[in-house]
Design a protein around this ligand. Structure first.
Ligand SMILES: [Zn+2]
Length: 693
């Protein structure tokens, strides 16, 4: 021990404890790097040499086997910092002290606290007093170097991995169904039972179109799915268990099954509390994607199709997408309607119209959450009717016959399933035999081993029994199938369906229940028309296009026939006369009323039809004042002449007002105003030479 070192150690240090911090990053290091552990404990001796008593040396080794990238979950390191902070530590010891903390921030904090608490630091190189500038600089440098070293190490490792990955040569752990052959190439697992299971999963998904339906099918068929045991005493073994939803999604999402090599599909991100989360990256951001890198279970196209189907399903199965139970009220699609604009489930609101309750489907989720306007609302009356008609059309004896045929085919496939299930029983029996042989071979005097082997044998026997029981149960279930009698009753139901549906005595609730038996959901979109995509429980979809329902005023609109007829009538008749003419032909207004002068006037104005007055003026007819002026007489005289038939006039309204035709030259004039009439005729002749009079 150098004199310099001993000069730093003072009585005030010796009166406090010496803390030895022992750490190995991973459990593997703990086992394999015992040398380093030995070195760390040797420091204990140095502390004693410097003057501490054995009982003063506190060893903190609770972080053995923890990776040291951050102090957050390293309890031991935190304890060390606390002890130093409380002034209980005279010296802190560690092998390459800078590695006490593998993160510069942690390290500098410790130095700071050591300086404040007057605590020394000891490593294999010597004793440091963080309160001294030089020592502190050195220690800080050591910490920075250590962090840099870690960084370089990581970068080098990651670089190597990335390079290999880019070439597709990186050996990554293969998902179930694949193995590496001795040359390191990827092969399908030679265990046919595993291969069959993967194929079964993929084909079931293709048939049912949903991951949960696939899980359900596996459950119903009593099929198991394999997985690798990744930890625990059975590490590396294949375990068979019931298929789960997440496992199904894993297989469907994993491009390895399409024969592709990929790397960097996820990115890890550290959270402030020290935990990490995995984020799935979009395909465009994967580090490596090499298609057809090895054999697979499906084509790349099929893989992408599956993903698309999952995405489609997600749209209709996402949060808050549980379909509601049928409730009272006539809305057929209550609980089934989904908004195509935002993907939320639509609710129903009822309103009264002509003593009828009519449903409106409303998407108001965003409206509620953001107090914004509702997303869309669709009147339900005609929609419900159209969907009802579609159902009646679909449930025919013929379609049911078809469905029964499919069922029959599925039954015939059960032989295949039976074989797969039998393999499971065989395997259980084999394991049972193995356990029995092991037990038989052991020396009975070796009680400990014999007992454990006996227990294992018993366990395997029980597993075999269970497998066999499951197998028999499923076999009986398959054998049952559908009897001819059941078949006949199903067909007869199809004949009854339209009658039942249309029967007004059938309660709404029953009709809705029938709809639910057939329909999974209906996605609605209101644009220039209403588009309704109906997804049936069998997986098929059908799209309906409906006209937008008419609004109240549109419904009360005058029919175009009436408008056209009125247009013609106004050439000959006044508004009131036209009303009588229309009524005579049996036409009615938009509200179903007989026409009146007011209604005709309203329609005429609404459709911008020219008034009778305008029409007559367009034909060149003159007003009373104009005729009077032209003939240079009083207006009353003109009226008198009209009544006498000397002037031609046409009524333009129902108050008897008229417009006058130009006085004709050769009209017989028998009156005392004969001279004036002649003058009029001459004036008219002169006028007629002018264009557009
Ligand atoms: Zn919406």
């Amino acid at each position: 021990m150098s004199s310099e070192a001993s000069s730093k150690v003072q009585a005030r240090h010796l009166s406090r404890n010496a803390y030895l911090y022992v750490r190995q990053s991973t459990l593997r290091q703990v086992f394999e790097n015992t040398e380093s552990t030995k070195r760390q404990y040797a420091l204990q001796q140095r502390a004693i040499a410097l003057g501490w008593h054995v009982e003063q040396v506190v060893v903190i080794d609770s972080d053995l086997g923890r990776s040291g990238a951050s102090a957050v979950d390293r309890e031991g390191f935190q304890r060390l910092v606390t002890e130093v902070g409380l002034g209980r530590a005279g010296i802190v010891m560690g092998l390459e002290v800078s590695r006490l903390a593998r993160n510069s921030t942690d390290w500098h904090r410790l130095l700071e606290i050591c300086a404040l608490a007057d605590t020394l630091i000891l490593d294999e190189d010597g004793v440091y007093d963080p309160a001294h500038f030089n020592d502190r600089l050195l220690l800080g440098l050591k910490g920075t170097m250590s962090e840099a070293e870690l960084h370089v190490l990581k970068a080098r490792l990651r670089g190597g991995i990335l390079n290999k990955a880019r070439r597709g040569e990186l050996e990554v752990r293969m998902p179930i169904g694949f193995v590496h052959d001795p040359q390191g190439r990827v092969r399908l697992d030679p265990d046919l039972r595993i291969q069959d299971s993967v194929r079964q999963l993929l084909s079931t998904f293709e048939r049912t179109g949903s991951a949960s339906a696939t899980v359900k099918a596996f459950r119903e068929q009593g099929l198991m799915f394999p997985r690798h045991a990744l930890k625990g005493p059975r590490h590396g073994e294949i375990l068979w268990s019931e298929l789960t939803h997440s496992r199904t999604l894993f297989v469907l999402h994993n491009p390895t099954y399409a024969g592709a090599f990929t790397f960097g599909r996820t990115r890890q991100r550290k959270l402030p509390d020290g935990s990490t989360i995995n984020k799935h990256l979009p395909q465009s951001e994967w580090t490596t994607l090499i298609r057809d890198a090895h054999e697979g279970y499906l084509s790349w196209e099929q893989y992408e199709q599956n993903l698309q189907r999952l995405r489609d399903n997600a749209k209709s199965y996402g949060e808050e997408r549980e379909r509601g139970a049928p409730r009272e009220g006539p809305a057929l699609l209550q609980g089934l309607a989904i908004c195509a604009a935002c993907g939320a489930r639509m609710t129903v609101r009822y309103h009264q119209w002509s003593k009828q309750t009519r449903p409106i489907y409303i998407c108001q989720k965003m409206g509620i959450e953001t107090s914004g306007p509702i997303c869309q609302s669709i009147s339900g009356a005609s929609l419900d009717q159209a969907v009802g008609e579609l159902l009646v059309g679909m449930v025919t004896p013929m379609t049911l016959e078809l469905a029964l045929q499919v069922q029959k085919e599925l039954e015939s496939r059960s032989a295949e399933h039976d074989a797969m299930r039998h393999q499971e029983v065989e395997r259980a029996r084999y394991e049972c035999d193995l356990a029995r042989r092991r037990y038989m071979q052991v020396d009975p005097d070796n009680r400990l081993v014999a007992d454990s082997l006996e227990a294992e044998w018993n366990e395997k026997l029980r597993a075999h029994g269970q497998a066999n029981e499951r197998y028999q149960k499923q076999r009986d279930k398959d054998a049952a199938g559908i009897t001819d009698k059941q078949r006949a009753s199903i067909i007869s139901l199809a004949k009854d369906f339209p009658r039942l549906w249309k029967d007004p005595r059938t309660p709404h609730r029953e009709r809705k229940r029938m709809a639910r038996l057939l329909i999974t959901d209906v996605t609605l979109l209101k644009g220039s028309e209403i588009t309704a995509q109906i997804r049936f429980n069998g997986g098929t979809t059908q799209t309906l296009h409906l006209e937008l329902p008419k609004s109240a005023w549109q419904i009360r609109q005058t029919s175009p026939v009436v408008v056209a007829r009125l247009d013609k009538l106004l050439n000959e008749f006044t508004d009131g006369e036209a009303a009588r003419e229309l009524n005579a032909t049996g036409l009615r207004s938009g509200q179903g009323l007989a026409f009146s002068l007011e209604i005709v006037r309203g329609v005429r104005r609404y459709y911008h039809l020219d008034s009778r007055y305008k029409r007559l003026r367009a034909r060149g007819l003159l007003t009373l004042a104009e005729v009077a002026k032209r003939l240079d007489v009083q207006p009353d005289t003109i009226k008198h002449w009209r009544r006498a038939g000397l002037l031609q006039a046409h009524r333009f309204n129902d108050r008897g007002q008229c417009l006058y035709e130009h006085p004709s030259a050769d009209a017989p004039v028998k009156h005392r105003h004969q001279g004036k009439m002649r003058a009029l005729a001459a004036a008219t002749q002169a006028n007629s030479n002018r264009p557009n009079q």
